[in-house]
Structure formats: C-alpha cells, structure tokens
Design a protein around this ligand. Structure first.
Ligand SMILES: [Fe+2]
Ligand SMILES: [Fe+2]
Length: 189
C-alpha cells in the first residue's frame, strides 16, 4: 500500500535538507500545474514531483549499497554520482513508500538524465525539477513563457538540454551519448 502524503512529507523532512525539501515541494507544485495545463492526472504529477529527489540526501554508504545491489545504471551514470539519486529514488519509493505505479517510478528514474520519447508524466517531472519557482526562480522566468508556444513543453526541455550540454562543455566534463541523442531527437521535433 502506498503511504499517505503526510507520512511521505514527514519522511522527506527528516531525510532531506531544508533546501531540498523546499525544492521537492516546488517540483510537486510545478508538476501539478503542468499536469493541469497538459491534461494529465494532477495528483499523480504532484506525488511524483514530491518524491522525485527522495534519495538525494542519503548517506554515502546507504547510496553505495543501493547502487551496488538494487539498481542498474545507464550509460554515463556510473561516472556521475550526482545522477545516482534517480535510480536510488526508485528503490526508496518502492521500499519506503510502497509505490508500485510504473509511470511514477519511471518519472523518478529519468528525472536527471531524461530519455528519448519521454511520457507526458516523465517530461513534466523532468521540467518541473528544473523550473520550479521556490528554488529555481531564475530558470522559471527564463523558461515558463515557452510553454505558451506550440510544442512548448518539448521546447522548454530542449533549452534544459542546451544548458546542460553548455555547462558540461564549459567545465570540460564528458557528455554521455544518451544526452546527445536526446538533444538531437528534441531538435528534430
Ligand atoms: Fe534530482
Ligand atoms: Fe530535483
């Protein structure tokens, strides 16, 4: 059985930093807004947004254990520990909160690196994570207006990929092939 929102809120408060908890609420609210705008279930979007970063502040040894024993990493993820909280988040969602809904689990799984042809819920959680107003007001102002254009959701996600790729290039970090593939597929839309 899925835990109540109250239990999850308390769990997040206890296991995330204050800023990360605030970001989780922001992502939930933004995902709910986007879900209403694009005609999908707003409660589900709120819930997925709320728990998307549940594994973000796990102690190193706990994260290590989950990554080594319970999840499969994709291309580029093994070299980038910052992305590990996405697959680990799926594990926490299942084991701590009793989430079985594959759409929600998949939205958590792909909120960091994304993937080609994301579902509406995956796109919404991916974008809400980047543009929620509580802790990302600058990105929100920069990107929210795109949503009023045709294919606005894909356009806003494309800008996220452009920013990610630019920042990786600036810092001379490797770009995984999946990121390039997603960027190319969004450009073609
Ligand atoms: Fe995250
Ligand atoms: Fe996040």
């Amino acid at each position: 059985m899925v835990c109540t929102i109250e239990y999850i809120n308390n769990w997040l408060k206890a296991n995330l930093t204050q800023e990360r908890y605030e970001h989780s609420l922001g992502t939930a609210e933004c995902a709910e807004y986007l879900a209403k705008k694009y005609g999908i279930n707003p409660q589900k979007a709120y819930f997925a947004g709320l728990i998307h970063d549940c594994a973000k502040c796990l102690p190193n040894n706990e994260m290590q254990n989950i990554i080594e024993n319970f999840v499969t990493l994709e291309c580029g993820e093994s070299e980038n520990p910052k992305t590990h909280h996405a697959p680990a988040g799926v594990y926490i969602a299942k084991t701590q909160f009793g989430v079985e809904d594959e759409e929600i689990l998949s939205a958590i799984r792909w909120h960091t690196i994304g993937k080609i042809d994301m579902t509406m819920l995956e796109k919404i959680v991916f974008l809400a994570d980047k543009i929620e107003e509580r802790t990302r007001p600058k990105e929100c102002t920069e990107l929210k207006h795109l949503l009023n254009e045709e294919n606005g959701l894909d356009k806003a996600i494309l800008v996220c990929y452009k920013n990610t790729i630019k920042s990786l290039v600036d810092r001379e970090l490797t770009i995984c092939t999946q990121t390039i593939d997603i960027y190319n597929s969004l450009l073609k839309k």
